[in-house]
Write a protein that binds this ligand. Structure first.
Ligand SMILES: Nc1ncnc2c1ncn2[C@@H]1O[C@H](COP(=O)(O)OP(=O)(O)OP(=O)(O)O)[C@@H](O)[C@H]1O
Length: 262
């Protein structure tokens, strides 16, 4: 079957990605039994760009991230093109889930969490002091060095999210998938999270997909917005998507330059 890919920058049919590196989500579909969650999803994700994924409840946003991760059965392919535009196989993917279930009374600290997650890496055979230094270095990227000895259960929702983000940066991924927490993080925590993510995109030239529910923060920080509802309904820069009649129809209210009028 011949399928045309539409590059979301130019709208032109385009098989390659024109920026330095790119992940192509190609013809993704997921069904659960008879439930068609989404079909024929085609998106190009470029490095150095923050792509916000929006859509109504149950639109399949989290499911799409899990399909990209290869955690659930799906149709379609994932292609990664390196800086030279060559197909280099699967991208290294970092993932921050919407929430983490754990026993709040656990004595596990942030440092312990890093130790457990990274212990199977050969490069991790190093002195305790060096290990601590490496973890601090990663935590610094998310402004969380001060949390290194904190118990996981004593972290606020926003702090935990930043620690998980730091874990997802180790090793530095080609594609970073973030599922914005819908509860447990206050507005201030959410703003800090977006600022850090936005900064990381520039400093590490990261390709990021962020599931977002806060349209103001999307309008402020995202480079691209993809509106998902059974398939990709709308794809463009934030202003375009928030002005689009299809966006207004789906959310059934005023969405103006990122103002969510629910
Ligand atoms: N494991 C599963 N088995 C069956 N159905 C599922 C499963 N996971 C998700 N679904 C269904 O798939 C649809 C999409 O769910 P998903 O969580 O991806 O939506 P979402 O866009 O992330 O929603 P929200 O914004 O509410 O988090 C929903 O109808 C959901 O009930």
């Amino acid at each position: 079957m011949l399928r045309k890919f539409f590059h979301h920058h130019t709208g032109k049919a385009d098989d390659k990605c024109n920026k330095l590196c790119c992940t192509k989500i190609d013809g993704f579909s997921v069904t659960f039994g008879k439930n068609d969650v989404f079909h024929d999803v085609n998106i190009h994700i470029h490095c150095g760009e923050l792509t916000a994924l929006i859509g109504p409840n149950g639109a399949g946003k989290s499911t799409l991230l899990k399909a990209i991760l290869g955690e659930i059965d799906h149709q379609g392919n994932l292609y990664y093109f390196d800086a030279k535009g060559k197909h280099t196989g699967n991208p290294v993917i970092g993932y921050v889930p919407q929430y983490l279930n754990f026993d709040l009374s656990t004595p596990t600290s942030v440092l312990d969490l890093f130790r457990v997650s990274l212990s199977n890496r050969p490069a991790w055979f190093q002195s305790k002091a060096k290990e601590r230094e490496s973890v601090l270095h990663t935590l610094k990227k998310v402004k969380a060095e001060h949390l290194i000895d904190r118990r996981l259960g004593a972290l606020s929702g926003g702090e935990l999210q930043r620690v998980l983000l730091a874990l997802a940066l180790n090793p530095l991924p080609d594609l970073l998938l973030l599922d914005e927490p819908v509860s447990g993080v206050d507005q201030n925590g959410l703003e800090i999270f977006y600022e850090i993510v936005s900064e990381l995109r520039k400093s590490h030239d990261l390709a990021i997909i962020l599931i977002s529910h806060d349209f103001n923060l999307v309008a402020k920080h995202a480079d691209r917005v993809v509106l998902l509802d059974k398939t990709v309904v709308c794809n463009g820069v934030p202003k375009e998507v928030f002005r689009d009649a299809r966006t207004h129809k789906i959310f059934g209210m005023l969405v103006n330059h990122g103002e969510r009028g629910e």
